[in-house]
Design a protein around this ligand. Structure first.
Ligand code: SF4
Ligand SMILES: [Zn+2]
Ligand SMILES: [Zn+2]
Length: 303
């Protein structure tokens, strides 16, 4: 391994997009600096915020909890707590829930665990058996629903998620290549709407592999298991394409992000954010009359 481009000590990482070798200290410094930069650039954290962290216990959300506490934990005007949603995926979720418990205990952050089973009377494994939708359709809708509702009930002003640069650029390209520009427009930071807690993504400028290295260098426990339902054929194609492209032309994931940002005003003008209604059944915010969670619950016979 070469020496650090900043201090000359032994490097642990070659940052291809900046063409720099970084030692442990300067990798961590650079990582945290870019998190702070993104937080500032997008105005993610404001005075007196009470921030709910969506903590699954996977590497991204665990690293996020760690870094938010490290960078902003001393600010007296801010409060942090974590919410873990246990979807009920046998063999996969239990170990990460344990990691979530450990990390919140270590960082002294209040931690709330909610489960599909308790909230809907059925876990994801059971839903998949009786429903005709893909597992991720149930999982995504119900998880978002519970995170928003719980964060709001606990008076959060922001809901932080661990989405990184790889996740974001995959979603941008995926929607673009599927011609779903309306969905693409929804990725733009939203204006505040009643009952909907504003989402923030402090890792949106950080590569996934850098999150992994940050965990390793800080001794953050990482669970390497993959969800047994994670078969997104189209997303996997986009992920592999982006990986190959980035490999040949370092920094291109940032280019995707910048291109998307340059088009934001155009998206906003063509697809203005809809005013949300309250679901006629559960009262949660929805662009329709009945929210998607209630539609799915009806379909599953649990409403
Ligand atoms: S891969 Fe699908 S089912 Fe598994 S945790 Fe992610 S969204 Fe849920
Ligand atoms: Zn160094
Ligand atoms: Zn509803």
């Amino acid at each position: 391994m070469k020496s650090c481009s900043v201090c000359g000590k032994r490097a642990v990482y070659f940052q291809r997009h900046s063409n720099r070798h970084l030692c442990r200290k300067h990798f961590i410094y650079d990582f945290e600096k870019r998190v702070k930069y993104a937080v500032k650039k997008y105005g993610m954290i404001q005075k007196n915020d009470r921030i709910a962290i969506a903590l699954s216990g996977g590497k991204d959300s665990t690293a996020l909890t760690f870094v938010l506490k490290k960078l902003y934990g001393k600010r007296r005007d801010l409060e942090f707590f974590a919410i873990t949603v246990d979807e009920g995926i046998a063999g996969y979720r239990p170990p990460t829930v344990e990691i979530a418990k450990k990390v919140t205990e270590m960082l002294e952050i209040p931690h709330y665990i909610i489960s599909f089973k308790e909230e809907f009377g059925m876990d994801l494994d059971e839903m998949v058996k009786i429903g005709n939708k893909k597992p991720c359709s149930y999982c995504g809708v119900f998880r978002k629903y519970l995170l928003n509702r719980t964060a709001r009930e606990l008076n959060a002003t922001k809901l932080a998620t661990g989405h990184n640069l790889d996740d974001e650029t995959q979603t941008i390209l995926l929607n673009f290549m599927q011609g779903d520009i309306e969905r693409l427009a929804r990725l733009i930071p939203q204006r505040v709407q009643e009952n909907l807690v504003v989402r923030i993504k402090p890792f949106r400028e950080i590569y996934e592999k850098e999150v992994m290295l940050y965990c390793i260098l800080n001794g953050i426990e990482v669970d390497m298991n993959e969800c047994p339902y994670s078969r997104f054929p189209v997303r996997a194609v986009i992920r592999d394409f982006l990986y190959e492209f980035e490999n040949r032309y370092p920094g291109r994931k940032f280019s995707v992000m910048r291109s998307f940002e340059a088009l934001q005003d155009c998206f906003k003008a063509n697809f203005p954010q809809k005013d949300l209604n309250r679901c006629e059944i559960c009262g949660e915010p929805t662009p329709k009359q009945i929210c998607q969670a209630c539609v799915l619950r009806k379909e599953l016979g649990i409403l």
